[in-house]
Design a protein around this ligand. Sequence first.
Ligand SMILES: CC(C)(COP(=O)(O)OP(=O)(O)OC[C@H]1O[C@@H](n2cnc3c(N)ncnc32)[C@H](O)[C@@H]1OP(=O)(O)O)[C@@H](O)C(=O)NCCC(=O)NCCS
Length: 165
Amino acid sequence: MNQNNLSLPSGCILRKATSGDQWSIRLLVFSAKLDPTQLNWQQFWVIEYNDNLVACGQLRNFSGAQELGSLVVASAWRGRGLGSLLTQHLINTATQPLYLECLGQRLVKFYSRFDFVPICFEDLPQFPKTTGLSTLKDKFRFSQLAKRLLKVPVVFMKYQGQTNS
Ligand SMILES: CC(C)(COP(=O)(O)OP(=O)(O)OC[C@H]1O[C@@H](n2cnc3c(N)ncnc32)[C@H](O)[C@@H]1OP(=O)(O)O)[C@@H](O)C(=O)NCCC(=O)NCCS
């Protein structure tokens, strides 16, 4: 379902990240124990309130695909629609087929609202390698290993709607 009708709580601003945001972004991502790789601020969108970052999320670039990642809402701000608004915004901004990985059924339910559907590792496309970019499947291979060997409940998901490619 499209969630474009969501609105931000009063005083919150959605904007592209700037270089001054990089430490706040890292703090949000580390505090949520999310993947600490590829945290280039240039790829992030953030929500701020009173000059403080209260949420962030990014689109990581891969060969022929993008990954919606690093989605975090500061704990005091959860449950007020910020995560949904940022997710829908990142979907609207994507220019390549869009994927993500998440942990557990609650997040699968959350992302299903935006037309993401679970996909098994074997069905992830192996896009031709573009110079300078790794493939999404190579990145997800590590999670797949953790899933198989350590029973980590990782779920890969693919966005089924149209991105602006
Ligand atoms: C997942 C997350 C971004 C949602 O942000 P939010 O602003 O609270 O979300 P919204 O208010 O737009 O929507 C609420 C929905 O978020 C989901 N949600 C809320 N807390 C959650 C949690 N602790 N774990 C998983 N999903 C959660 C639920 O689906 C909830 O809907 P429900 O109340 O009907 O169950 C936020 O909980 C968060 O930052 N979690 C920690 C980091 C994380 O797991 N990020 C996802 C990486 S794939």
